[in-house]
Design a protein around this ligand. Structure first.
Ligand code: CMP
Length: 223
């Protein structure tokens, strides 16, 4: 049986092939179209998801309908584990941003696998620690940076995570919409448009069709 796709998920790196085979038998592989809601806040959770390809956004919606994007997750990352671990309702909505290929594990199989394998449990804890670090960085930037600083930091983070380096040291990547940026840094779309204009005028970024180019000196200007 082909278990190679399981190795795309860091949670399973370096595991005994026999265990991988066992996990493989418990998972279901599914493909979802863009804009599919996979997990809905407040609902009971029965499934954990592992992303093989594509991206999802993790978000909450306020009483006024305003969306806050907590995170964007991509290949190799997991979600939906929290409700399975603490038996509480889903903590956020998770929606596909692209066509997305996913492996799914049901609650009972998830619990069995993690209870019977200390190495897997360690990897899950490392994943959750990484997420907490990311959340801390977000809290820090909300508390300490102004809107321009938060947008610049988000763009620098995306450049590091998703960017491709050009010959002159700039980095290029597919740009999020102004509304997505607004939902990630807690401001309005209008403010994002104004700030992006300011960064472009100052020569820190360049918009090129669906891409954005981040100049090397933006790192120094927004350390
Ligand atoms: P669960 O609460 O079951 O359903 C929503 C999922 O979103 C949650 O599990 C986590 O997997 C994921 N999630 C919640 N908060 C964050 C966050 N701050 N960063 C990344 N993923 C998150």
């Amino acid at each position: 049986m082909d278990i190679s796709f399981l190795e795309k998920v860091p949670l399973f790196h370096g595991l005994d092939p026999k265990l991988l085979e066992h996990i493989h038998q418990q998972t279901i592989k599914k493909t979802y179209q863009k804009d599919t809601i996979l997990v809905q806040e407040h609902e009971a959770g029965e499934t954990m998801f592992m992303i093989l390809s594509g991206k999802v956004k993790v978000s909450n919606v306020g009483p006024d309908g305003k969306e806050v994007i907590l995170s964007v997750l991509g290949p190799g990352e997991i979600f939906g584990e929290m409700s399975l671990l603490d038996d509480e309702p889903r903590s956020a909505n998770v929606t596909t941003l692209d066509q997305t290929e996913m492996l799914q594990l049901r609650r009972r199989d998830f619990i069995n696998i993690f209870e019977s394998n200390a190495e897997m449990l360690g990897k899950l804890l490392a994943t959750l620690s990484k997420r907490l670090r990311h959340a801390n960085a977000q809290i820090r930037s909300l508390a300490l940076l102004d809107v321009l600083g938060r947008i610049a930091k988000l763009l620098l983070d995306l450049a590091q995570k998703e960017g491709r380096k050009l010959l002159d040291g700039s980095v290029v990547f597919r740009r999020p919409t102004h509304q997505e940026i607004a939902s990630m840094v807690g401001t309005s779309r209008e403010t994002v448009s104004r700030m992006i204009g300011e960064l472009a005028r100052d020569g820190y970024i360049k918009i090129s069709g669906k891409d954005i180019i981040i100049r090397e000196d933006m790192n120094k200007a927004f350390p």
